[in-house]
Design a protein around this ligand. Structure first.
Ligand code: ZN
Length: 497
């Protein structure tokens, strides 16, 4: 004999014999295969649903939403909150929607007030350690999203986009789970270009993002109760470059009948436009950067700039000039123009982006960074991107600073953020940044916060492929992930919450 319980969002079944509750269906999750839900998952599932958990009896391991007392023995239950979480999500570069317009979008820049918390730690040269560790996702080459996806609590996802494996972190069980594709779900693999996903501002339950795949643009939904995901096709055409947004238009590069076209849509009106992009490469693009009303995709061969409503324009780089895309990304001059670093065979220079007659500013050496968070070896570059570096400590001549994340804060005159400092490195920046196999192994590095005061957060021994270091903000912590590490390192952000 079973009883059926209906709550505003879910349908449950109570087994009269055991007194236990099974979830049959829930809003946004559809029919639920409860048998698959192992008991170890229930504390996490209860928090996702806003269900109730026992406090003083062992009659059942989980109760429907809103239950305040155990119907069997009358003992009190713990009712978990059911309204979607409000804290801002994390989507990596390009997922930040709260930045002002004068900051380029699509770069590793965050408006979360990380510095206010991290700068309370002992200042350099005091060596710091992480507060926490969590296992790295089993498919470690991945991108992260931490958001509530319409649920009452934030959850962390790690998408191994080269393999199309979606991994879900169960914080109660402290385990990664691989989510299985529902029948008919698209493969999530995307390898043609750099990865970027488009977060959803007001997600419905389970709604994650609009994601690029090798077959098209897909809307991704997760079902953490059934440990599965499903997709909805937004654009059915092989993608060439990751999507971006500009003034309520989403846009990406895709192949239509073997030719690259720029596809754009207005999610609010459904209006779709397509533009020819003759003679542009079919892969190897940067993630799009939004600035000054335009989206820019950068490539070893040139830049593609697009203003909503107009035809996109591909401009090859000047003859002999090669961009250094690994050095970071576009940066701005004081007059608001956008620039990228490159090399013309003789020396480095900054080239103006988005101009028909671009200006070039020569510089005396490599500069790493993006969005005005720039370093020449171990010294910050302030003022203009081509200004002389600001030398505070001569000893930093033999270090190389790689910016990982800039924290945007209107109240600060100097940029602050997270960097990796490679010690005793006097070789070329290109060699330190090269991909695995050919790249140098750096004997010693430090993870540092550069701000009102500089803080050493941790030390890294034997680091290769430093560009693979990825910061993530999740659950009130700043985390750092590298595919070579078994553990992600975490620093608590009490003030930021
Ligand atoms: Zn009870």
């Amino acid at each position: 004999m079973t009883y059926r319980w209906e709550t505003p969002a879910s349908v449950w079944q109570e087994d009269e014999r055991s007194g236990e509750f099974a979830l049959l269906a829930s809003e946004g999750l559809g029919q639920v295969d409860w048998q698959a839900g192992a008991r170890g998952r229930l504390p996490d599932v209860a928090r996702l649903l806003g269900a109730s958990l026992p406090t003083a009896c062992g009659c059942a391991p989980i109760y429907p939403e809103g239950f305040a007392f155990c119907p069997n023995c009358g003992k009190p239950l713990r009712r978990l909150p059911g309204t979607p979480a409000r804290q801002p999500g994390w989507w990596g570069p390009g997922g930040e929607s709260l930045l002002p317009r004068h900051v380029p979008h699509g770069l590793p820049v965050t408006s979360l007030p990380l510095g206010d918390s991290l700068e309370e730690r002992p200042a350099a040269p005091h060596p710091g350690r992480p507060d926490l560790a969590m296992p790295a996702p089993p498919n470690a080459l991945c991108v992260f999203a931490a958001a509530h996806y319409g649920f009452p609590e934030q959850r962390l996802l790690a998408l191994a986009h080269t393999r199309g494996v979606l991994q879900y972190w169960d914080p109660a069980a402290a385990l990664w789970h691989v989510l299985a594709p529902d029948e008919g779900a698209a493969s999530l693999a995307f390898t043609a270009s750099c990865y970027a996903w488009l977060p959803v501002a007001e997600p419905r339950r389970g709604e994650v993002a609009i994601v690029p795949t090798s077959a098209g643009l897909q809307r991704l939904w997760i079902n953490p109760v059934s440990e599965s995901y499903r997709t909805e096709t937004v654009l059915d055409a092989p993608l060439v470059a990751a999507p971006g947004t500009m003034r309520r238009h989403i846009a990406c590069l895709a192949l239509f009948e073997g030719r690259v076209r720029l596809w754009s849509a207005r999610p609010d009106t459904g209006a779709v436009e397509e533009f020819a992009c003759p003679d542009v490469p079919e892969g190897g693009w940067s993630r799009p950067i939004g600035y000054d009303g335009r989206l820019f995709w950068l490539h070893e061969g040139g830049e593609l700039a697009w203003r909503p409503g107009a035809a996109p324009l591909f401009t090859p780089w000047p003859p002999g000039w090669q961009p250094r895309l690994d050095f970071g990304g576009p940066t701005q001059s004081r007059d608001g123009r956008l620039w990228h670093i490159g090399h013309d065979g003789q020396g480095y220079s900054f080239l103006e982006l988005g101009s028909e007659a671009p200006q070039r500013m020569p510089i005396d050496g490599a500069r790493l960074g993006f969005a005005n968070f720039l370093f020449r070896r171990g010294h910050p570059v302030l003022d203009e991107p081509w200004s002389g570096e600001h030398v505070e400590d001569q000893n930093q001549d033999d270090t190389l600073v790689l910016p990982l994340l800039r924290a945007f804060n209107n109240n600060r005159s100097q940029p602050s953020g997270l960097v990796l400092r490679l010690h005793k490195y006097t070789g070329r920046a290109e060699e330190a940044l090269e991909a695995r196999g050919q790249g140098r192994v750096i004997a010693r590095g430090t993870v540092e916060w550069i701000g009102r005061r500089n803080v050493i957060l941790d030390e890294v021994i034997r680091l290769s492929h430093p560009l693979a270091c990825q910061p993530v903000v999740y659950d009130g912590c700043l985390w750092l992930h590298h595919p070579d590490w078994n553990l992600m390192r975490g620093w608590r952000l009490e003030e930021a919450q």
